[in-house]
Design a protein around this ligand. Structure first.
Ligand SMILES: [Mg+2]
Length: 304
């Protein structure tokens, strides 16, 4: 009897231990401890690289993605931080270069748009591609997709869908659609002929909770940005953060010893984050505020 009991105890302990080990090794909420570790490393490093996603990381989402422009205080904070000695700061976003250009103009930090494919260096006036590419004619396919989704939305609420035609991808956001429409969309996101066409065109679909992006994954990767940035200098500090699964490409390409933070849960869509820690806060707090506050700390720190 005792033997069985012990066995059970051991099994329970192992199961419990595994769960605890997973949580403590990765979750950096409430963030204070991880934050202090990063602040210390930042303070003593000579060459520091800071890479930030934009939507859901520096700025909360808006119903209309075009409305999520940066506030003046955020732009000032980023410029101030980028001006610190030894700091290279880059925003790496899925946003189109045109949007980043309109919002940031000529900042003293690096802008990388279109999911790691278009680059604008500090103070530069022009953009250049980070990858070799040929723009094939996707316009017809994007128009077909728009027609397909608008038809599903029909009379329910067509304006609650947000389409975005980007240089290398097509986005559909239905985050703010009525629940009835959301359910209908999820059931009918792809008709069989449309699915076939996407496969034939070499395109992949990345599904979010209430958005999707159709893209050529070989071409559109935020890891292009990390590879480029880490070649610019010999950094002894790197901090990389983002909230979405597209940011995993950055975490994966991050240099050894980089501080990488996934904002949000560690698991989703059958994937496990590659970030060194994840910040899963209770629903009533927002991660963007924490990131901005943290960057503010960094900006105020005296460094060697
Ligand atoms: Mg994001």
């Amino acid at each position: 009897m005792i033997k069985v009991k012990n066995k059970k105890k051991r099994r329970n302990f192992r199961a419990k231990y595994k769960v605890i080990a997973k949580k403590t090794s990765l979750n950096c909420f409430p963030f204070r401890e991880a934050q202090n570790k990063i602040l210390n490393a930042f303070q003593t490093a000579q060459k520091k690289l800071i890479v930030l996603d934009y939507d859901g990381t520096l700025r909360k989402f808006e119903k209309n993605p075009e409305a999520a422009s940066p506030e003046k205080s955020l732009k000032e904070l980023l410029n101030k931080l980028a001006a610190k000695p030894g700091v290279t700061l880059a925003i790496v976003s899925g946003r189109k270069q045109e949007e980043l250009e309109k919002w940031f103009g000529q900042p003293n930090f690096i802008l990388i748009g279109d999911h790691g494919t278009m680059l604008k260096l500090q103070g530069a006036t022009t953009w250049r591609p980070l990858i070799k590419y040929k723009i094939s004619d996707r316009e017809n396919l994007w128009a077909e997709l728009e027609g397909h989704y608008a038809q599903i939305a029909g009379a329910v609420h067509p304006k609650s869908l947000y389409f975005e035609r980007k240089r290398f991808s097509f986005g559909l956001n239905y985050r703010y659609a009525l629940p009835t429409l959301q359910a209908r969309l999820q059931q009918t996101l792809f008709s069989p002929p449309l699915q076939k066409k996407l496969v034939q065109s070499g395109l992949q679909v990345q599904m979010g909770v209430s958005d999707l992006e159709i893209l050529n994954r070989d071409m559109v990767k935020k890891s292009h940005a990390i590879k480029y940035l880490t070649r610019l200098d010999k950094y002894d500090f790197a901090f990389i953060t983002g909230d979405a699964w597209t940011d995993e490409d950055m975490f994966e390409a991050a240099p050894r010893g980089a501080h990488t933070i996934k904002l949000g849960p560690a698991q989703g869509e059958g994937k496990q984050t590659k970030a060194s820690c994840f910040l899963e806060a209770p629903e009533d707090t927002n991660n963007e505020k924490k990131v901005v506050q943290f960057l503010d700390f960094l900006g105020k720190l005296s460094t060697i």
